[in-house]
Design a protein around this ligand. Structure first.
Ligand SMILES: NC(=O)c1ccc[n+]([C@@H]2O[C@H](COP(=O)([O-])OP(=O)(O)OC[C@H]3O[C@@H](n4cnc5c(N)ncnc54)[C@H](O)[C@@H]3O)[C@@H](O)[C@H]2O)c1
Length: 332
């Protein structure tokens, strides 16, 4: 049994706890949150021991893995302590806020030999996994162009509003946008060039970004935004133009519009279906379940973490940070 210590029991920590409950061979045995009631909620359903804060859990809990679901500005310090303590580590995305932090993480992982996975969850989302597979095997020919979108109303759940402070989250251009930046890199490799344009709020913080990339001859555009009105439903999807057809994933599902006029509806077999032991619909756990199940399986089998290792999380954050720099910083 892989013993998990969960650090940060807010929005993502609760999601991770719900996933671990359904993953055979893993158990959340320790939880920490400076808001004790948040830790108590998860402890109530798992029996996990409660620690007052992340550093105390890392120092004292008897665990194999530290799973870090803290606000982004706290990731590096906690991940370093966890690796130095001899633990394997899962770090939510974006892995860190600066390239200086990235270097510290890289160095510590090398020195300690810790296995580190980053929460670049889109790589594990069924419709995006499908896109990666058909692209790799050139099922519809080469990719000519692609559009990815991730559009959200204002996120209002974060502890003390940390997510809206540019020096704590890096702004939406790091926090939300890194999902699609990462998936684009996974699909097509490092872009040769890019041009970004940002929309800012009255404080000068980026709330929306449009970036167009050249990956060889392929043109890719990503739009990310998280200050659409509260009545606006969250939307994420893609439109990918292949030589032989165009794949579209949106709120209507997945379809491929073929050059000959036919429409193909690929059958996606969710990695996990049915109802969870806690009563929720397992498919609602989506890629979060898949990424943690993968992490647990690889650690149990002592196999390398190939899909979203530390280095990939760092490279995706690095590209988002270069975009932010190109438009004058996360806040101006
Ligand atoms: N993969 C995704 O789709 C996704 C979605 C949302 C957030 N995230 C990422 O997950 C991370 C956490 O975000 P969130 O939305 O859960 O934030 P949140 O504010 O809901 O939760 C953070 C929790 O950390 C706790 N905390 C703060 N300092 C602590 C400390 N020293 N020790 C222990 N607990 C402490 C807070 O009390 C809070 O409960 C961020 O990096 C964020 O970018 C990822």
């Amino acid at each position: 049994m892989l013993k998990i210590g969960l650090v940060g029991c807010g929005f993502m920590g609760s999601m991770h706890a719900a996933c671990y409950k359904e993953i055979p061979g893993a158990e959340v045995v320790a939880v920490a949150d400076i808001r004790r009631e948040k830790a108590a909620e998860i402890s109530g359903s798992t029996g996990a021991v409660i620690f007052e804060n992340g550093k105390q859990l890392i120092a004292d809990a008897d665990v194999d893995v530290i799973d870090i679901c803290l606000p982004t500005y706290l990731h590096t310090a906690h991940a370093v302590l966890a690796m130095q303590r001899g633990r394997n580590v899962f770090i939510e995305k974006p892995v860190c806020l600066t390239m200086e932090e990235a270097e510290i993480l890289r160095k510590t992982a090398q020195e300690t030999g810790a296995c580190v996975q980053i929460g670049q969850v889109i790589r594990f989302w069924d419709e995006y996994k499908w896109l990666k597979e058909v692209t790799d095997r050139k099922e519809y020919g080469a990719v000519l162009s692609a559009v990815f979108t991730r559009l959200s109303p204002w996120p209002d759940w974060a502890w003390e509003g940390w997510i809206h402070e540019a020096d704590k989250s890096g702004s939406m251009a790091l926090d939300l946008h890194v999902h699609d930046v990462d998936f684009m890199r996974y699909l097509l490799g490092e872009p040769d060039s890019f041009t970004s344009h940002a929309v800012r709020d009255t404080r000068g913080v980026i709330e929306q970004i449009y970036t167009t990339y050249m990956c060889g001859k392929t043109v890719v555009t990503i739009e990310g935004c998280w200050d659409y009105p509260s009545s606006f439903p969250f939307k994420a999807g893609y439109r990918v133009k292949f030589e032989e057809g165009t794949a579209v994933f949106d709120s209507n599902g997945l379809a491929v519009y073929m050059k000959d006029g036919s429409v193909v509806k690929p059958e996606i077999k969710p990695a996990f279906t049915g109802r969870s032991s806690s009563g929720g619909n397992l498919s609602s756990l989506g890629g979060y379940y898949n990424e943690l199940a993968y992490f647990v399986e690889k650690l149990q089998k002592d196999e390398p973490l190939l899909v979203a290792p530390l280095e990939e999380g760092i490279r995706s954050a690095a590209l988002a940070l270069r975009e932010i720099e190109s438009v004058g910083g996360a806040q101006n």
